[in-house]
Design a protein around this ligand. Structure first.
Ligand code: LLP
Length: 418
């Protein structure tokens, strides 16, 4: 996936850093990210939007490490958040509250108040009920909440059902048919100022057409909303652009955006600010999960390569049956390769990282799970009382520990005997 991942002789390196050495130094399992790979993924977004009023709001949930957020803040990005926890991270990393959009179907009053006080750019509101509460909270504080409604355009993003969000049956957004009435309600509320419109149709999208369909539906609504005298300043087209895990061929960000902008202009909406909320496509292929091989266990039906990372470290295979590339960081003789299920130590049959993988491997080797920069660490848990992995940032051959390995003492610190 990443041009920053390359072989130097028999050793796999991330932006010049030997990954096996990195594990010798910092232990296993270990997440490692390339800062340059993140910036290289951002560049086509920025280039395609140059010369146009725009804001790229990195979706914090994909990878919320402070150093990752700092990287995007310094590159001029805003942020898409879904909790006050994520807001705190953005501010701690030097992000600008005025460039933050607050998404999510279940914001609490406390979260609304906090976001209002720091002055986020916009709340992406997902229901009439939320709108009413937000208005009350803002009014009570003597403030006004800038909002866009997240409309559900009812298009099929053609992705995994768990990560598809733009269909009628989803919990997300305001149904297309109710959007106009909801905008009128919004415009009448004392604590609300309508500023935009928003949609997000799913994740790991590998086609341009669902984006264009959603855009058309959104622009139809914008026309209808403005005909009622309600001004829409920005169009937020969400995130969702896919990456290559195996053989997917997603559109390039700049090609996708060029097509969307052409459609926006052709329909006479070129004066509006354009926003995106990319997550995976900015960080996914910038990261790997490194894990040491504990045991090789050959069986009658299956061979198991037992590693020290597990579903608690990287949940995507267990949760979505996601396919993620796995390679040995040290090239061994290919004729030595056998077919393995790569599994972790957690007590569940669902605890696997890869199935039926041809690998030439020995105990003590370090495997790299590829494309693990997005929705890896952020979805990690402490199941089986396993502390979460450490994280390393790599840039031009230099390394930084950007998160220390979690200790068991930290895990039990908040617990009490009775
Ligand atoms: N905006 C909103 C409102 C979202 O819900 C999401 C992701 C994004 C932006 C960013 O989407 P992206 O560009 O990363 O596709 N855990 C799953 C993915 C869940 C995505 C949730 N929403 C996975 O590992 O595949």
């Amino acid at each position: 996936g990443s041009p920053f991942l390359a072989w130097q002789g028999p050793d796999l390196c991330l932006d010049g850093v030997n990954l096996r050495e990195l594990v010798r130094q910092h232990g296993s399992p270990l997440y490692a990210y390339s800062r340059q790979a993140m910036l290289a993924a951002l560049a086509p977004y920025q280039q395609a939007l140059q010369g146009r009023e725009h804001l790229i709001c990195y979706a914090v949930k994909a990878n919320s490490n402070l150093a990752v957020l700092q990287t995007f803040a310094q590159a001029g990005c805003g942020f898409d958040i879904v909790s006050s926890g994520e807001l705190t991270r953005v501010l701690a990393a030097g992000g600008d509250a005025a460039k933050v959009v607050f998404s999510g179907v279940g914001k609490t009053r406390a979260e609304m108040a906090e976001a209002l006080k720091v002055g986020v750019k916009c709340f992406n509101v997902e229901s009439t009920a939320e709108l009413e509460v937000l208005s009350q909270v803002a009014h009570g504080l003597g403030l006004t909440a800038r909002v866009s409604l997240r409309v559900n355009p009812d298009v099929d993003a053609g992705t995994h059902p768990y990560i598809s969000t733009g269909l009628k049956g989803n919990k997300f957004g305001v149904a297309h048919d109710h959007a106009l009435a909801t905008y009128e309600r919004a415009a009448s509320l004392p604590g609300i100022e309508v500023v935009g419109i928003d949609c997000h149709i799913g994740s790991q999208i590998t086609d341009v057409s669902p984006y264009l369909d959603a855009l058309d539906r959104v622009l139809d609504l914008v026309d209808a909303i403005e005909a009622k005298g309600i001004r829409i300043h920005h169009l937020d087209l969400g995130g969702g652009l896919g990456i290559t895990y195996t053989d997917e061929v997603p559109p390039k960000a700049d090609e996708l955006i060029a097509q969307l902008l052409a459609r926006i202009d052709a329909r006479g909406h070129g004066h509006r600010q354009v926003m995106f909320e990319p997550g995976r496509s900015l960080v996914g292929n910038a990261g790997v999960l490194l894990t040491e091989v504990l045991f090789l266990k050959e069986g009658e039906q299956k061979n198991f390569c037992v590693v020290d990372a597990a579903m608690n470290d990287l949940m995507r295979p267990a949760l979505y049956e996601a396919w993620m590339g796995i390679v040995n960081t040290q090239q061994r003789a290919p004729e030595q390769a056998q077919v393995w299920d790569v599994v972790g130590p957690v007590c569940e049959s669902g605890d696997w990282l890869g199935r039926d993988r041809a690998l030439s491997v020995e105990p003590g080797d370090v495997l790299a799970v590829l494309s693990a920069g997005a929705y890896g660490m952020t979805m990690a848990s402490n199941y089986n009382t396993r502390g979460r992995a450490a994280e390393i940032m790599v840039d031009g051959g230099q390394t930084w520990v950007i998160r220390e390995r979690e200790t068991v003492a930290q895990l039990i610190a908040n617990e009490r005997l009775i």
